[in-house]
Ligand binder design. Structure first.
Ligand SMILES: *Cc1c(COP(=O)(O)O)cnc(C)c1O
Ligand code: SF4
Length: 344
């Protein structure tokens, strides 16, 4: 950038600097955590297709010297990802079929999901969109949403628009405002929902600019966070959640049930309690989608059902998330119960 352009460019916010400083070299991550450098070559191989990426803020919540740390397991590429497992495919949800425009997925009645950006602050190894064909030029540059907005405007059945991605809060406040201003002009859009992991993995994202953006939205806003383990929720995250709530946002959380991360009742109980302490209600506990490269995270349904039974015995009803799985072609996420379990 030329000096003149640099002088004109708006100062970067703290969150943007932190995003730029995210760790993407396995050797650096292992070094910070005091782990053997011998783990790096597998991480480099497994990370070739879907790179390592993690914020320093998230790393600071990991235990030093513990390769099995539940936060580290979510981000460190492992050799297991390269093992082909029957039944685990690139697009298990068959999302291609639900695409009404490059950036719009309309699968369920009443709500449509807008892919606001492909960028995320961290790369979760179990991500069901790790092979999502984001590669449309509009998405890469942060989005031209005109086609999606046009479809929403013409379909009065769409009362709720879900901003998703990627992580929609990767966009600048100005871009977010453009998007929600455009949605605000569509009379039948009654709610806006934001699916984001950033208040968890980059709590500095919840700053004055973001709160001003939220304050300017005239319809109710629901923010669905994504935390999987109680260690993710520290004082800074609690402060970010408090700020979001003071902006009038309803806060929910969805988690993914992941082997070696949160597949035990004590961890799930502590997660629900930590969320509630931060003013966030548990919403969904997703059984992982069968995405290629994620078989080592898979938890079988009977195990998941037993965990939910145990949580139900221990916690108030509203602290027990709903166990769901996505099944292509169904009209909603499918609740998993003893009555409809497909595995026994
Ligand atoms: C998960 C999802 C939704 C939201 O579903 P809820 O059950 O309302 O949370 C909407 N659209 C798509 C394409 C989804 O994957
Ligand atoms: S933040 Fe969400 S979309 Fe991004 S990699 Fe993680 S799970 Fe996937």
């Amino acid at each position: 950038m030329s000096v003149a352009a640099e002088l004109k460019a708006p100062a970067r916010a703290r969150w943007q600097r932190e995003l730029a400083e995210a760790v993407s070299e396995p050797r650096e991550l292992l070094g910070i955590l005091g782990l053997p450098a011998s783990l790096a070559s597998a991480a480099e191989r497994a990370g070739a297709a879907f790179a390592l990426r993690v914020t320093r803020s998230f790393i600071a919540r990991m235990r030093h010297g513990d390769v099995n740390d539940p936060l580290l397991r979510q981000v460190l590429p492992l050799g297991e990802e390269l093992i082909e497992t029957p039944g685990f495919t690139a697009d298990p949800l068959e999302e291609g079929a639900a695409r009404r425009a490059p950036q719009l997925l309309h699968k369920y009645p009443g709500r449509a999901l807008l892919i606001a950006t492909e960028a995320c602050a961290i790369h979760c190894r179990y991500c069901f969109r790790r092979e999502f064909p984001y590669s449309m030029p509009e998405a890469r540059t942060g989005g031209r949403w005109s086609e999606a907005l046009e479809i929403i405007a013409q379909d009065a059945s769409i009362e709720e628009v879900i901003l998703s991605g990627g992580d929609p809060l990767s966009l600048s406040d100005a871009r977010l405002e453009q998007l929600t201003d455009a949605l605000g002009r569509i009379a039948h859009v009654k709610r806006i929902r934001v699916h984001t992991r950033q208040p968890i993995v980059l709590p500095s994202r919840v700053d004055a600019g973001l709160l001003a953006w939220l304050g300017g939205i005239r319809v109710p806003v629901v923010v669905v966070l994504h935390a999987n383990h109680p260690n993710e929720i520290d004082a800074e995250v609690r402060a970010a959640c408090a700020d979001l709530r003071s902006a009038g946002v309803t806060l929910l959380n969805q988690s993914v049930l992941l082997k070696g991360v949160n597949d035990d009742a004590d961890t799930l109980e502590r997660l629900s309690v930590a969320l509630m302490d931060a003013g966030v209600l548990p919403y969904y506990l997703h059984l992982p989608d069968r995405v290629r490269g994620t078989a080592h995270f898979d938890v079988h349904e009977p195990v998941a059902l037993a965990l939910i039974d145990e949580l139900t015995r221990r916690l108030s009803g509203y602290l027990v998330p709903r166990l769901v799985r996505e099944i292509p072609g169904e009209a909603s996420k499918v609740p998993v119960s003893r009555h409809n379990s497909s595995q026994s």
